[in-house]
Structure formats: structure tokens, C-alpha cells
Design a protein around this ligand. Structure first.
Ligand code: S6P
Ligand code: ZN
Length: 196
């Protein structure tokens, strides 16, 4: 039997400005935590010499660890760029590769970069206030803020998903989203590297 009173107290208010959910564990990623994520390493190092701003926060709740349980988090990704590349999250595969995820956009404008593991297909899917994005299993995902205000979203995923950051840290995403003439364009990392 499930004790519903236990779950009733899990109703949470959330704050789309601070990224806080009452009682949730918060992870803060500063620019210095993102070494190796941006394509232009020189622009990264010179930005970091100036300051080490907060790039994103994730507040996560893990109500249960059973097979059917769900975990969820509120992400707040700041606006900005390193060189021409928009601020982004580290990105990951789920350790349990079959695990999918649903992103619900609450505020701001941006996208989720999806990269399928075996076929190597990449796609940028719009994520903004009023959009819902389905991230299938076996797909690396990274949030990117292309707007001028924080990009705020909720991600819901199986409790057993786990996070594999190692594969991305090793080879990064194949595509980068950069600003050209004031607009986001998705380009091959190797092509962008050749122009830096
Ligand atoms: C968790 C979900 C998001 C990310 C968040 C930060 O499965 O995909 O809540 O944790 O967007 O990204 P990252 O790559 O640093 O975990
Ligand atoms: Zn995820």
C-alpha cells in the first residue's frame, strides 16, 4: 500500500528566476566547470580570466528509487556566449541508455541539441516557454540558450536513468550552435574548429 500523505508533502513550489524548488538539491555550474565544452578554447580561457559567472543551475527531486519512479529537475540556463557559441549545459547520455526524458519549457528561448548514439544523427529541437520536447533513449542531450533571458525548463526522467557525462567529456557533441549574423546556426564542430 502506498502512503499518499508522503507524496502530498512532495507538492513543490518552484521559482523560475532563482531555479529553486523548495527542498531540492541544487547543482550550480560556473564557467570554470565547463572547460572543454565550448568549441573556442581561446575565447573560453580569455572569458574565464575576466570572470567566472554562473552558467546554469539544476534543482533536482528524487521522490523514490523504485523501477517505476520518476525524477525531475528544474534547469535555469543563463543567456550569453563564449566566442560565437551560445551558453550551454555539459550534456549527457543517460547511463541506462533506454531512458527517455521529457523537457517542458517554462521561460526563455533556446533549444536542445540531440545526438543519436549509433547513427550519429544530430538535431536541434526548439525549447522555449510553451514547448515540450521528447528526448528519446540512446540520445545525448544538451540545452542551449539562444535568447536574452534565462532559459528555464523542467526535465522528467526515469529514476533509474543515471547520468553519463564521460562520453561527452571525451568527444563532445559533433555539432555546435553558433551565432551568425544574429541568428543561431548548427554547424559541424570540425568545420567551426577549422575557422578559429
Ligand atoms: C537530467 C536532465 C536535465 C539536466 C540539465 C543540466 O536528466 O537532462 O535536468 O541535468 O539540463 O544538464 P547537464 O548535462 O549538466 O546534466
Ligand atoms: Zn537527461
Amino acid at each position: 500500500m502506498i502512503d499518499l500523505s508522503q507524496y502530498a508533502i512532495l507538492a513543490r513550489g518552484y521559482d523560475t528566476t532563482t531555479g529553486e524548488i523548495k527542498g531540492a538539491a541544487v547543482v550550480r555550474r560556473w564557467l570554470s566547470d565547463l572547460r572543454g565544452s565550448f568549441v573556442d578554447t581561446q575565447a573560453f580561457e580569455s572569458a574565464l580570466r575576466q570572470s567566472d559567472p554562473l552558467i546554469y543551475t539544476v534543482s533536482s527531486l528524487e521522490p523514490g528509487k523504485g523501477q517505476g519512479d520518476l525524477h525531475y529537475g528544474l534547469g535555469v540556463l543563463m543567456p550569453g556566449k563564449i566566442g560565437a557559441e551560445y551558453y550551454l549545459t555539459k550534456g549527457h547520455f543517460h547511463a541506462w541508455r533506454e531512458a527517455a526524458e521529457v523537457y517542458i519549457g517554462l521561460r526563455g528561448t533556446g533549444g536542445i541539441l540531440l545526438e543519436e548514439q549509433s547513427a550519429g544523427e544530430s538535431q536541434i529541437v526548439p525549447l522555449a516557454a510553451g514547448t515540450i520536447v521528447y528526448v528519446p533513449g540512446h540520445t545525448a542531450h544538451r540545452s542551449i540558450n539562444t535568447g536574452h533571458e534565462p532559459l528555464v525548463y523542467i526535465g522528467v526522467y526515469p529514476a533509474s536513468a543515471g547520468h553519463d557525462y564521460g562520453s561527452i567529456a571525451k568527444q563532445n557533441f559533433r555539432k555546435v550552435l553558433i551565432e551568425r549574423d544574429g541568428h543561431p546556426v548548427l554547424l559541424d564542430r570540425t568545420d567551426v574548429l577549422a575557422t578559429i
